[in-house]
Design a protein around this ligand. Structure first.
Ligand SMILES: Nc1ncnc2c1ncn2[C@@H]1O[C@H](COP(=O)(O)OP(=O)(O)OP(=O)(O)O)[C@@H](O)[C@H]1O
Ligand SMILES: [Mg+2]
Length: 224
């Protein structure tokens, strides 16, 4: 279980409250999507859940994060600077379990993503990959690491339709919890059981969030 208690983010430069008194419980198997306009703090929230230090230089965070016993797998919105010069193979080798993964399993994963079967052994630099290829290689590294909770920041950006279908199936069928950010309404409708809507209101001076849960009749209801 992943739990966030009373989380408030204040931007360190302009003292804007980006998120206020945010609560979340994510149980195994939950598929929760974070939506909202740009700049509303979606990526900041996911980064902080993965590793609070990642947001320490620009937000003051107050609140509690309970992730005991969970292995978090995080896909950032953009490939981090430190990974740009690595080759695909070097990047994947950083995941210890890559060494233990059967090469047939890797070839199978590559082909399901529409990549050449030996793509994951390539010495092509990460920075030179197309947007979609970057997502695929990072997703492969996550999957090899077998996380118990997936945190995916806009995984549906830049990928082709076949890979989008693969992603949809992955989110839907994995027994693990998935917390993801997406603007893709079809992906959301087909996979999510919880929608977290982040808003900046009163001319962006206040933050508000609403959680919607899908009931047994498939109707979205706001949680109070
Ligand atoms: N590294 C940073 N330094 C300073 N401010 C930042 C940094 N990263 C994000 N911010 C600010 O924090 C706020 C929330 O940004 P965040 O990236 O979380 O938004 P988002 O909802 O993910 O937006 P988008 O939909 O564009 O990805 C924004 O006002 C942004 O300008
Ligand atoms: Mg973002």
């Amino acid at each position: 279980m992943l739990q966030i208690k009373s989380l408030t983010f204040t931007h360190k430069y302009d003292l804007r409250v980006i998120l206020e008194d945010f609560q979340l419980v994510l149980n195994p198997g939950d598929k929760a999507v974070i939506i909202g306009e740009e700049g509303n703090g979606k990526s900041t929230l996911l980064k902080w859940i993965f590793h609070p230090q990642l947001t320490g230089d620009y937000v003051e965070a107050e609140g509690e994060r309970i992730v005991q016993g969970e292995k978090l797998g995080y896909l950032p919105q953009e490939l981090p600077e430190k990974d740009r010069e690595k080759t695909i193979y070097e990047f994947l080798c950083e995941e210890e379990l890559f060494w233990e993964t059967d090469s047939r399993e890797l070839a199978d994963m590559a082909s399901k993503m529409g990549l050449k079967t030996d793509f994951f052994y390539s010495d092509q630099k990460m920075r030179t990959l197309s947007g979609g290829e970057k997502v695929k290689v990072q997703m492969a590294k996550l999957l090899v690491g077998k996380p118990s909770v997936f945190l995916l920041d806009e995984p549906s950006n830049d990928i082709d339709i076949e890979t989008l279908e693969w992603l949809e199936k992955l989110i839907l069928e994995t027994p693990q919890a998935v917390l993801f950010i997406s603007h893709d309404e079809t992906l959301i409708e087909n996979t999510a059981n919880m929608v977290i809507h982040l808003e900046q209101i009163c001319r962006k001076t206040k933050s508000r969030y609403t959680v919607y849960i899908r009931d047994t009749e498939n109707i979205w209801k706001a949680e109070i």
